[in-house]
Design a protein around this ligand. Structure first.
Ligand code: 1CP
Length: 352
């Protein structure tokens, strides 16, 4: 099947790698491991590279984005790279004024709250994604046997930044819009789904071997609201990437009650945060779905024996699922000692 996103030069999707085999539901000899937010502020080499460069500019400079993506792979010997970018990159590339404020997150110059605001959202020109494609091509060429994971924000999480105008605790305005003006809501989520789906597919088309859809804030939704107002837009967002044949991971925070519905959008693998033990997560999915997770990031500053006991427990509970990729339950906290992450990788790889 031909896809507008496929590049003819991509020949290796790393189907034999431990990561992709686990994502396909096979159990590789060694349990694969990578960390959400492994590229970033916990690494001194990242902080050095970023001096004087704005966050979104760094994401859109292919040489920089590629080098930052490679840093944690060199240092920790993780089983995957995750593309250094941000969920709001497609919003910026569509021409919406968004910046990342240090210590806070994405902030919009004008929040999107009315039918007129939504109607004025510009389409994303596929040509604008060139820096993303270039960075991925460059990165894949240097990664060799290590697969690259592409990612995107899910329409709900993306919409929450657009409506709130920045980070928020409970996405109150967002959920209010969903209920008070379902038509505007649908139009907004369709726009988010189109741009974020194109962003994800651009990464896969340029050579990433798997994709992860982050619906970080979906945990603020009831199951009924998720099912009625969100799920179909997330399904549409992953469709172009899925058409390229790669496995898709779906992840959110505090989404234990939504696991089945989130899997139901067409995800192959479910990411689990630290709240739900993996054996219970697996049970909720009928013990048929590969899982990713779920070391508690809060434990990264604990004494090593405490961390080791926790990682052992995560590995043991992960045996309930058809396959398991070790990760954190959310991103690496910025004050994490990188040596602790390296030690966890060594421990998981030694633990047959
Ligand atoms: O200057 C800096 O270093 C800013 C910090 C930072 C970084 C390193 C931001 C701002 N984004 C990123 C990169 C990033 N964002 C990656 C890189 C790859 C890796 O994992 O190594 C990824 C996957 C993201 C995805 C992302 N951005 C998500 C989904 C994942 C999650 O953490 O839940 C979300 C919600 C965002 C928005 C965002 N961007 C940045 C921040 C601080 C936030 C969160 C703000 C909030 O709490 O609402």
């Amino acid at each position: 099947m031909s896809s507008p996103y496929a590049l003819p030069s991509v020949t290796n999707r790393h189907e034999d790698s431990a990561l992709v085999r686990a994502y396909r539901g096979m159990r590789p000899e060694k349990t694969p491991i990578w960390f959400m937010r492994q590229a970033g502020r916990s690494l001194p080499e990242y902080r050095d590279l970023r001096v004087g460069t704005d966050m979104l500019d760094a994401c859109l400079t292919p040489e920089l984005a590629s080098e930052i993506t490679l840093q944690p792979v060199r240092r920790h010997h993780v089983d995957a790279a995750i593309f250094f970018s941000d969920i709001v990159i497609p919003v910026r590339l569509a021409g919406v004024d968004v910046t990342i404020v240090a210590g806070r997150g994405p902030v919009l110059a004008s929040p999107v709250r009315t039918a007129a605001d939504v109607a004025a959202l510009p389409p994303l020109d596929p040509e604008a994604l060139a820096p993303v494609r270039d960075a991925v091509t460059m990165t894949v060429a240097q990664l060799g046997a290590t697969p690259l994971i592409g990612f995107a924000g899910a329409p709900y999480t993306l919409a929450s930044y657009l409506v709130e105008g920045g980070p928020s605790k409970e996405q109150l305005r967002t959920r209010a819009l969903m209920h008070s003006d379902p038509e505007t809501w649908s139009a907004l989520l369709r726009w988010c789904s189109e741009i974020t789906g194109a962003f994800l597919a651009a990464q896969i088309g340029a050579g990433a071997s798997a994709g992860q859809l982050f619906d970080s804030w979906a945990g603020s939704l009831s199951l009924a609201d998720y099912t009625e107002h969100v799920a179909r837009h997330s399904a549409a967002a992953i469709a172009p990437a899925k058409a390229l044949g790669v496995p898709i991971v779906h992840f959110g925070i505090g989404t234990g009650e939504l696991l089945g519905a989130m899997h139901g959008i067409g995800a192959d693998v479910m990411g689990v945060d630290w709240r739900l033990p993996l054996d219970e997560a697996s049970r909720r999915l009928g013990d048929t779905v590969p899982l990713q997770g779920n070391i508690d990031p809060a434990l990264l500053t604990a004494p090593w024996p405490v961390i080791e006991a926790h990682v052992r427990d995560v590995l043991a509970r992960g045996l309930a699922a058809p396959a398991h990729v070790v990760n954190l339950g959310h991103g690496v906290p910025p004050d994490t000692d990188p040596d602790v992450l390296t030690r966890i990788v060594e421990f998981v790889h030694a633990h047959a």
